[in-house]
Design a protein around this ligand. Structure first.
Ligand SMILES: Nc1ncnc2c1ncn2[C@@H]1O[C@H](COP(=O)(O)OP(=O)(O)OP(=O)(O)O)[C@@H](O)[C@H]1O
Ligand SMILES: [Mg+2]
Length: 251
């Protein structure tokens, strides 16, 4: 059975894209069939995975417009496959506004291809708009990256409310897989306090281990690879590999 995991947090820059890219790589290395979907018009995942959005004839935007099938957009590669995005995807949001069944477009599109994969990761953009709702509607699980640096962060609460709405209206089986603490600084007490706060305030289980902050992670996208290829022995790469194993055990 395929597991579809939406990686979502409307807060920007909490390492959604980095998390998708790195754990997808880690699980592909273990021999799993993995698909990554870039659902952000910024197309950061597409760039990070070394597919140049400007060179692509079709992207997931064309799937949302109903012009092509997901299979026509799929980039098959060594490592995880990817459904790429481009800035055009911003136009999909407007197109979808007037469309009946707009929450279900991605779910329908995936139906043809998802059986080929063990796990599908969807990289959401920093919004709770219709694209993210499409991801949550198509998903079996949500993984919530958060940066453990702000106590009483209201963002996670808002996301959990959206997840409740999605369960109510479009996907009653959606499960929260847990949180992932990113860019973690274990030397400060604040980081640890935020982990406790997230559990107590929101009842969110945080999957171990936290991912340490490291310049190695930030360097990787510039080379079109994840930190696993860029700096395999860094603590952050190893933490992501361990995290990926713990995540898979929960499916
Ligand atoms: N563990 C880490 N250590 C240092 N830098 C990191 C780490 N994880 C991510 N980053 C960097 O932080 C920035 C934001 O990461 P990323 O793009 O993955 O976040 P995002 O949540 O996808 O952002 P957006 O909301 O814009 O989509 C990037 O420059 C990334 O390279
Ligand atoms: Mg991103």
């Amino acid at each position: 059975m395929t597991s579809v995991i939406a990686v979502a947090n409307q807060k920007g820059g909490v390492a959604k894209t980095t998390t998708v890219h790195t754990i997808a790589d880690a699980l592909a290395e273990q021999g799993r069939e993995i698909l990554m979907i870039d659902l952000d018009p910024q197309a950061c995942l597409t760039y990070a995975a070394d597919a140049q959005p400007d060179d692509l004839d079709v992207t997931i935007h064309d799937v949302f417009l109903g012009r092509v099938k997901a299979d026509d957009v799929l980039l098959k590669r060594e490592g995880p496959d990817i459904l790429p995005s481009s800035i055009d995807l911003a136009g999909s949001e407007i197109h979808l506004l007037t469309k009946t069944g707009r929450e279900f477009v991605l779910k329908r599109a995936l139906a043809d291809i998802k059986d080929r994969y063990d796990i599908v990761f969807i990289d959401c953009g920093p919004s709770l708009g219709i694209l993210t709702v499409n991801a949550l509607t198509a998903a079996d699980y949500v993984l919530i990256p958060f940066q453990a640096e702000t106590l009483s962060d209201r963002g996670v609460g808002q996301l959990l409310e959206t997840i409740d709405d999605v369960r109510h209206y479009t996907n009653e089986d959606l499960q929260i897989l847990g949180g992932i603490a990113t860019m973690f600084d274990s030397r400060t007490n604040l980081g640890k306090a935020v982990l406790v706060d997230v559990k107590e305030t929101h009842g969110l289980t945080v999957i171990e281990p936290p991912i340490p902050r490291s310049v190695r992670v930030a360097e990787a996208p510039g080379e079109g690879v994840s930190v696993l290829q860029h700096a395999r022995r860094s603590r952050s790469a190893q933490a992501y590999v361990e995290f990926a194993g713990n995540l898979e055990a929960l499916l």
